[in-house]
Design a binder for this molecule. Structure first.
Ligand code: HEM
Length: 404
C-alpha cells in the first residue's frame, strides 16, 4: 500500500517556541525539529514544553510530580472531574466511569450512531456540496451524545448553544475573541446554565431511572458510595467540553486530509476493512488534541534529560510531536494505513488517558464507513483550497467539500 511522505520543510530552529502550540496548519516537520533539538523547551519562565515521546511518557506517568489539579478556567466553578483530579481520588471516578464507556457499551450504541450519521448526510447528499465543518462535524458528535444521555433530538440546539458558550464565546459576544474578561463572562454565564440544565435532567432520572448514562451516574456505587450531585455535574460539564469538540475537530482534520489525498481515500472505498487502521493512523498524523492540559510541578524536579523544573511551574506535553517522534515511528512522516504497530498517544497517556476513546473511535469508524459508501469521491471546493486551522484544538474552519 502506498503512503505519502511529508518531508521536513527545514524549519528555522530559532523560530521554534510557543508558535508550536498555535500554528497548527502543518506542524509535523517542526515538531520533529523540536525533538531533534533535545525534545523539550522552556519558552518562558514557569513553562516547559515536552515534545519527544520519552519525555512525554515521563511527565504523563509521574502524576505525583506533575499534578493535573488546578487546570482549566472555562466557566466552571469547581474542578472538572476527572481531568483536574489526581490519584488516588481520580481512580475512584474512573472506576465508575470506565465501564460506561467500555467497548461493549459502545456496541450497544452502534445502530444509533449509524442512524445519526445518515440523518445528517441525508440533508446535503443531493446538493453535491457541504460545509463539512458546520453541516456535519460540529453537529454529529453532539447528536450521538443525545442518544447516550437519553435526550431527545429536540435538545440538540440547547446542547450546541451550551457547547458554543464555553468553547466559542465569540459567537455570543464578538469582543470575546479579543478580551479575556468578556470571554470569561460569557463562559461563566453559560457554565451556570450547564449546571442548571444537567441538574434538571438529573432530577428527571432520579424520579424515573432508565438505562442511559445520566441514570448510571445517579445510581453508580463504588465501595458503597454514590456520586454526589455536584460531582455528577462536574463530570457532565467536562463531557460537554471533552466529548464533543474533540470528535468534531478530528473529523475536520481527517476529511481535509482525505479530500486532498485521493489514493488514501481510494483505499477506504476499495477495502473498508482498512478503516480501523486508517482511523488510528489519521489520529496519529493529525493529533487533533495537540497538547495536554497543563500539569503543575509538585516540587523542584528535573526531566530524565536533566532539564530543571521549578515547583509550581507548568509543564505541557505535545501529543502531536510525540506522534511523529522518529524514535517511535522510523517513518513518522509517511501516512500509511497498513502501519502494523501504531502506539500513538493521540488519546493521551498515564492515568488521564482519554475516557472516551472507545466512543470516539466508534464515531470516527462509523462515519468513515457510512460516508464513503454514499459519497466515495469528493474534493475541496475550488476556491476554498487554502485551509484555515484553528489554534487550540486542531480543526479546519469551513471545510467545504464537493462531489459529483
Ligand atoms: C478523537 C476524539 C478525542 C480525542 C483526540 C481525545 C483526546 C483526549 C486526550 C489527549 C486526553 C488527555 C488530556 C490530558 O490529560 O492531557 C483526554 C481526556 C479525556 N477525554 Fe478525550 N478525546 C476524544 C474524545 C473523547 C470523547 C468522545 C469523550 C467522551 C466521553 C472524551 C472524554 C474524555 C475525558 C472525560 C477525559 C479526562 C480523563 C481523565 O482525566 O481521567 N474524550 N481526551
Amino acid at each position: 500500500m502506498t503512503g505519502d511522505s511529508h518531508e521536513t520543510d527545514g524549519a528555522d530552529p530559532s523560530t521554534l517556541g510557543l508558535e508550536l502550540l498555535t500554528d497548527l496548519a502543518s506542524p509535523q516537520p517542526r515538531y520533529q525539529e523540536a525533538i531533534a533539538q533535545g525534545g523539550c523547551l522552556q519558552p518562558m519562565d514557569g513553562l516547559t514544553l515536552t515534545f519527544s515521546r520519552d519525555l512525554n511518557d515521563y511527565v504523563l506517568r509521574h502524576h505525583e510530580l506533575f499534578s493535573s489539579v488546578g487546570g482549566l478556567q472555562l466557566g466552571n466553578t469547581r474542578p472538572l472531574i476527572p481531568l483536574n483530579v489526581d490519584p488516588p481520588q481520580h481512580g475512584k471516578y474512573r472506576k465508575i466511569l470506565d465501564p460506561l464507556f467500555a467497548p461493549k457499551r459502545m456496541d450497544e450504541q452502534e445502530s444509533d450512531i449509524v442512524a445519526r450519521v445518515h440523518h445528517f448526510i441525508d440533508e446535503f447528499v443531493d446538493r453535491g456540496e457541504c460545509n463539512f465543518t458546520e453541516d456535519f462535524a460540529e453537529l454529529f458528535p453532539s447528536a450521538v451524545f443525545l442518544g447516550l444521555m437519553g435526550l431527545d433530538w429536540g435538545e440538540l440546539d440547547t446542547f450546541l448553544r451550551l457547547r458554543d458558550g464555553i468553547l466559542r464565546p465569540e459567537k455570543f459576544d464578538e469582543m470575546a475573541a479579543f478580551d479575556g474578561a468578556v470571554r470569561l463572562r460569557v463562559q461563566e454565564a453559560t457554565g451556570q446554565e450547564i449546571y442548571e440544565y444537567f441538574g434538571r435532567q438529573l432530577d428527571v432520572r432520579e424520579a424515573n431511572p432508565t438505562d442511559d448514562v445520566l441514570t448510571h451516574f445517579v445510581t453508580a456505587e463504588i465501595d458503597g458510595e454514590r456520586l454526589s450531585r455536584e460531582e455528577i455535574l462536574d463530570i457532565c460539564f467536562l463531557f460537554l467540553i471533552a466529548g464533543l469538540d474533540t470528535v468534531s475537530d478530528s473529523l475536520t482534520c481527517f476529511y481535509a486530509y482525505l479530500a486532498q489525498h485521493p489514493e488514501h481515500r481510494r483505499q477506504i472505498v476499495d477495502d473498508p476493512s482498512v478503516i480501523p487502521n486508517a482511523v488510528e493512523e489519521l489520529l496519529r498524523w493529525e493529533s487533533p488534541v495537540p497538547g495536554g492540559v497543563p500539569r503543575l510541578a509538585t516540587c523542584d524536579t528535573e526531566l530524565p534529560n536533566g532539564m530543571k523544573i521549578g515547583a509550581g511551574s507548568a509543564v505541557m506535553v505535545s501529543y502531536g510531536a510525540a506522534n511523529v517522534d522518529p524514535a517511535e515511528f522510523p517513518d513518522a512522516l509517511v501516512v500509511r494505513f497498513d502501519r502494523e504497530v501504531n502506539r500513538h498517544i493521540a488519546f493521551g497517556g498515564g492515568v488521564h488517558r482519554c475516557l472516551g476513546s472507545h466512543l470516539a473511535r466508534r464515531e470516527l469508524r462509523i462515519t468513515l464507513r457510512e460516508w464513503h459508501r454514499r459519497i466515495p469521491d469528493y474534493r475541496l471546493k475550488p476556491g476554498t483550497e487554502q485551509l484555515v486551522y484553528r489554534p487550540g484544538l486542531r480543526s479546519v474552519e469551513n471545510l467545504t467539500l464537493v462531489w459529483p
